[in-house]
Design a protein around this ligand. Structure first.
Ligand SMILES: Cc1ncc(COP(=O)(O)O)c(C=O)c1O
Length: 361
């Protein structure tokens, strides 16, 4: 089988996007989807989280946050950087929260904030949502990390919520929503990061759209960009990202992702992390599969120009080994891309390469 499409990998602006078109701004999305919240913009999820942590430290002398045991290592490093204490609550290999264990942790008055992640753009299961709502009535503060969501239809749970646009769109920025006003004063634009990222996007566009041999250059630029992503202070959302955001019809984007997800689910259900997904309310970030020989399958797909990220590999010691469920998942999960702009044949092709690779794995 030869590669017919380049699927996944870094996002690049669509050359057909019409600069005259204007859809909703992030602030308009905030009003539409999150009425009653204060809305702030930052340069990315990392910066929104730093704002939340700084405000929490101002309110409480020794705050502590409960983090799910399945999470992105950037979250842990941000807590360390901001010197806010955290404790993990257990999540199993099917992303079910151990509500009994969580309840015990919440009984400790040190743990004032619960951090939740609607993983991969899907809501938490109903029983977890109900339990969290009940704890909120008793005074619990919830932070909802929607980095893997793009304005889904399910109801928010967080007293604070943030999005990360770079996970879904070829632009940067984060919308931070809070029930109480927070101090959020972006003090710079991350120019070095943005310059490398835009250059990477240009190389990738020449490589993907024009078939020019710039793959190595594009990877180099994105790697450089990532080296400069985390900066002191709070970066703001840059003007170009704001303009590109408004040129994006997010309703269409989400609908297309749901459609691709559904197609893949029909073909690959037996490997899906979510056996019975509630797709109508979700904004799928990807199609997570749980498989043996994951790294081998990853390499096989990559050799066919299908870039399926691994979210998340735990670095040494970050999540203690006794969280066996999360560790088991992090060793077996692969995230097949779910994108707009490809014909159904491309998804059939990807599913075929994936199934073929399992046979040989
Ligand atoms: C769940 C989650 N939260 C937060 C972040 C940080 O978001 P950003 O990449 O916009 O800084 C990430 C990044 O990968 C993430 O996956």
């Amino acid at each position: 089988m030869s590669a017919r499409w380049i699927i996944g990998g870094e996002l690049i602006p669509n050359p057909q996007a019409d600069p005259e078109k204007k859809y909703l701004s992030p602030q308009a999305w905030a009003e539409r989807h999150h009425p009653g919240y204060y809305a702030n913009l930052t340069g990315g999820g990392y910066y929104s989280l730093k704002v939340l942590l700084a405000n929490l430290k101002n309110r409480m002398p020794t705050p502590a946050v409960l983090l799910p045991s399945y999470l992105c290592s950037d979250i842990i490093s941000t807590f360390r950087e901001m010197e806010v204490a955290y404790t993990f609550y257990p999540v199993d290999e099917h992303l079910q929260i151990d509500l009994g264990a969580l309840g015990k942790l919440l009984a400790d008055p040190e743990n004032q904030v619960l951090y939740i992640i609607p993983w991969f753009g899907f809501p938490l299961p109903d029983h977890a949502t109900e339990a969290i709502r009940a704890w909120k009535v008793q005074g619990l503060t919830v932070w909802e990390d929607r980095a893997q969501c793009l304005f889904p239809e399910f109801a928010p749970l967080g007293d604070a919520i943030f999005y990360s646009f770079r996970k879904f769109l070829p632009l940067d920025g984060s919308l931070l929503l809070t029930k109480e006003e927070v101090e959020c004063r972006p003090d710079h634009f991350n120019d070095v990061y943005l310059a490398w990222r835009r250059q990477g996007q240009a190389f990738r566009s020449w490589f993907v759209h024009d078939n020019l041999p710039f793959e190595a250059e594009c990877l180099e630029c994105f790697a450089r960009a990532n080296d400069y992503y985390h900066q002191p202070g709070v970066a703001g959302m840059d003007v170009k990202s704001l303009a590109w955001f408004e040129q994006t019809d997010i309703d269409t984007e989400t609908a297309a992702r749901r459609r691709v997800y559904t197609l893949l689910h029909e073909r690959l259900k037996e490997y899906a992390l979510f056996p019975d997904p509630e797709i109508s309310a979700a904004s799928p970030h990807c199609f997570p599969v749980v498989i043996d020989h994951r790294d081998w399958v990853f390499d096989t797909l990559k050799a066919q120009q299908i870039f399926a990220p691994i979210l998340w590999r735990f670095d040494e010691g970050e999540v203690p080994v006794h969280f066996t469920g999360s560790h088991a998942l992090s060793g077996r999960i692969l995230n097949l891309p779910v994108r707009t702009g490809f014909p159904d044949d491309a998804w059939e092709y990807m599913a075929g390469v994936f199934l073929e690779s399992l046979r040989h794995g």
